[in-house]
Design a protein around this ligand. Structure first.
Ligand code: C2E
Ligand code: MG
Ligand code: MG
Length: 727
């Protein structure tokens, strides 16, 4: 998290200097009051006078004031955006007028060259009073108007016109109609009561403004304005004391005015320059944080995780330590969002962060990669087993049920681990390899962890190549069918052949279906591939008839997605029609898990296929979770026992018992039974002895090329090696 102080309402949150500044300013005001009191108590007749030095000093002081007033005008006038702060506009316009009036005052002073009309003390005083009154009213408005009030920037021209109008009016009165104005100074006598009362009235305006502005403390701008108003009031009081213009009270009054102007200018600099710049700075800082931190969890994001990892790798190199990167993905998190909505999903993610953090030590860093993926950096490890232990701890915490918004949610996670320096020596590589390892865990077991291995990369590279080329496999003629015979135990003859697809990839070589069929299911290519297989198998089987060969059934596998395709029966019918194959010679194999997904829908689909006259078989039986009561609803002809039971059927009593039970079940349901994956004579003998009808497996033949299957059919291949098969 940022250590940056938030700049707000003219001050930094928790800024320690706020009260110190207020007290400091109060002390300045008190100190500046001492000379005023001294002047008030001393006899003006004995006042120190500056004489000839007064005029240049006065000019310098007034030029300074005019320059500051001009800067205040410019500060406010240049505004970004189409709205302008009301206070800024008031000061900007008022101080344009103040500057011009102060200029009139400077030029009209007795002793200066005649400014349009002959100069006099009164002439200078009029300009002076007009300037002071304008400044005082501006401060009063600043005290009364809401500071958050912004107005259209176009209105600044109205304010400008008012300011210039005021200046023109004062200049016109003072230069051309001085008789309309009261006498302010009498040579030899000094100030008239008009002048003194006017000064007191203006001082009162400044004091009221200062008092009202006090309510806005501790805002830094308000503090500066209070100072400006208070010191201006003191300045005005000084101007009630002097007898001669070059008296010390007059000079002190001018000095106070300059100090007040500096405070006023500072207030505007804070408002118009420092605050916006500070806010911009803060905004940039926080933006840098949104860039480096995840908004939902506040955890470092991938960018920051990579930076941290970079530093950790350098340290590990120096200290000759190892470090591990654990890439954690929540299993099937999409389901949480789909079932309970994204708000629950967000809460789950936050709860996961809490859980994971409990397992981590100070040496570990937790970061969020994306939605449901986290990165854990484990520093200073000496052995891979430490990473495995941490992974186990994290997985254990994730398995405890979450209670979110009234729902109990069960989750698990998969973790991939990459270790520096064994797997990779740079941050991007480590993260990538941990990610690969996680994906590999997700694809296999889930709810587990795994270390990166170099085979994985080849596997993923292969998958990437397959993903980008599978779409063209059919069009490029890269698919081929191999056929595996099915033999009948009673007759020993080939009664069927199963069409098994292969992808002859130009780069990867012969790709087995287990590698690309799931991919085709994911990316939607399965429709085209399945159709090609069906057509090709039916065409080939029809050729055998034409060539006068044996006429076994040809079986085609249907994947889950193919099985759920609309108009499946219509497509099959079309292919049978196009190829002329007898429907009774086509067998469709559907896996047990596919038919069990949605039993009612499966019954409907199977019925529609059955009506075509094709043979239906249930593949890989025993591996899914069959509802036995549903099994009788399916119009199936053949049950294929999965090869996992056959593998150890001769020496595993459980497998033997299951196989016998499946055979009995099929018999009971009036189905034929075929055993898959028969590799040995002993397995074949066991199956035959237990009443299995057919077998398929390497013991008789591996899947072979079309030309080889044709030879087999031509020769009338028989299962000759099973003892007593003829009996
Ligand atoms: P499956 O339908 O159960 O096919 C049998 C698989 O077992 C074949 O693997 C075959 O080569 C293998 N096999 C046969 N006898 C033995 C044996 O004695 N020992 C061992 N170890 N294996 C044996 P294959 O050709 O790699 O096919 C794997 C799976 O891919 C098939 O399982 C099937 O589910 C799917 N598949 C194959 N071709 C297609 C297709 O055209 N479309 C669809 N949707 N899936 C297909
Ligand atoms: Mg099959
Ligand atoms: Mg099978």
């Amino acid at each position: 998290m940022s250590s940056q102080l938030r700049y707000c309402n003219g001050a930094y949150e928790g800024e320690p200097a706020q009260s110190a500044r207020t007290w400091g300013m109060a002390a300045i005001v008190v100190l500046l009051t001492i000379p005023v009191l001294w002047l008030a108590s001393s006899d003006p007749a004995n006042a120190v006078q500056l004489g000839a030095g007064y005029l240049p000093l006065h000019s310098a002081m007034e030029i300074f004031s005019v320059a500051v007033a001009a800067m205040i005008f410019v500060l406010g006038w240049h505004n970004i955006g189409n709205r302008i702060s009301c206070i800024t506009l008031v000061f900007s316009a008022a101080f344009l007028a103040v500057g011009l009036l102060d200029l009139g005052h400077l030029l009209s002073l007795e002793g200066m060259p005649a400014f349009i009309t002959p100069n006099s003390q009164s002439k200078g005083v009029f300009f002076w009073l007009a300037a002071r009154l304008t400044g005082g009213l501006a401060l009063l408005m600043a005290a009364l108007l809401p500071w958050s009030l912004d107005i259209k920037v176009r209105l600044r021209y109205v304010a400008l016109a008012l300011a210039i109008g005021l200046v023109v009016l004062v200049y016109w009165l003072v230069l051309y109609h001085p008789r309309l104005l009261p006498v302010m100074f009498i040579d030899g006598q000094g100030l008239t009561s008009w002048k003194i009362q006017a000064e007191y009235a203006i001082a009162a305006i400044y004091l009221v403004a200062a008092w009202l502005l006090l309510r806005r403390l501790p805002d830094r701008k308000a503090a500066y304005l209070v100072m400006a108003a208070a010191i201006m009031a003191q300045s005005e009081v000084c101007f009630t004391f002097y007898r001669q213009p070059d008296d010390v009270s007059n000079i002190i009054g001018h000095i106070y005015k300059m100090i007040a102007y500096v405070y006023l200018y500072s207030a505007l600099v804070v408002r118009n320059i420092k605050e916006p710049r500070q806010q911009l700075h803060w905004f940039q800082q926080s933006r840098q944080e949104q860039l480096e931190h995840d908004t939902l969890t506040g955890l470092p994001n991938r960018v920051l995780a990579l930076q941290t990892l970079h530093g950790a790798i350098q340290d590990a190199r120096r200290n000759q330590h190892s470090l591990a990167v654990l890439f954690l993905g929540i299993d099937q998190f999409k389901k949480v969002n789909m079932t309970f909505g994204h708000s629950v999903g967000d809460d789950v993610i936050q709860a996961c962060v809490g859980r994971l953090s409990q397992v981590l030590s100070e040496d570990n860093v937790l970061a969020r990669q994306t939605g449901d993926e986290f990165i854990i950096l484990q520093r200073n490890i000496l052995d891979k087993r430490q990473a495995a232990l941490l992974a186990e701890g994290l997985l254990h915490r994730m398995r405890v049920p979450f209670h979110i918004q009234g729902h109990e949610i069960l989750l698990s996670a998969s973790i991939g681990i990459a270790v520096f320096p064994d797997d990779e020596t740079n941050e991007n590589g480590l993260l990538h390899k941990a990610h690969l390892a996680m994906s590999s865990v997700k694809k296999s077991t889930r709810n587990s962890y795994g270390f990166h291995t170099f085979d994985m990369e080849a596997g993923f590279r292969e998958r990437l190549i397959m993903e980008s080329t599978l779409h063209h496999a059919v069009d490029n003629g890269e698919l081929a069918l191999h056929y595996q015979p099915k033999v009948n135990f009673r007759t020993g003859a080939v009664v069927g052949v199963e069409a098994l697809v292969r992808w002859e990839h130009p780069v990867l070589g012969l790709v087995p279906p287990a590698n690309f069929i799931p991919l085709a299911e994911e990316n939607g290519c399965i429709g085209a591939i399945g159709m090609w297989v069906l057509k090709e198998a039916c065409k080939e089987a029809q050729q055998w008839s034409k060539q006068g060969l044996q006429r076994p059934r040809v079986s085609v596998n249907l994947s889950a997605r193919q099985f759920q395709q609309r108009y499946l029966a219509r497509h099959v019918q079309q292919v049978l029609h196009d190829t002329g194959l007898d429907p009774a010679r086509l067998e469709l194999e559907i896996t047990e898990s596919t038919v069990m997904q949605d039993i009612d829908a499966a019954v409907t689909i199977l019925d529609s296929l059955k009506k075509l006259g094709v043979v239906l078989s249930i593949d890989d039986f025993g591996t899914g979770y069959s509802s036995l009561s549903s099994l009788k609803r399916f119009p199936l002809n053949v049950l294929k026992i999965d090869r996992s039971f056959i593998k150890d059927v001769t020496h595993d009593t459980h497998d033997a018992a299951i196989t016998r039970a499946i055979i009995a079940l099929a018999r009971g349901l009036g189905m034929q039974v075929l055993a898959e994956g028969v590799e040995t004579l002993e397995q074949a003998m066991f199956l035959q002895a237990n009443g299995c009808d057919e077998m398929q497996g390497f013991y008789f033949s591996r899947p072979v090329l079309p030309v080889e299957i044709r030879d087999m059919l031509h020769a009338g291949a028989l299962l000759g090696r099973v003892v007593n098969w003829r009996d």
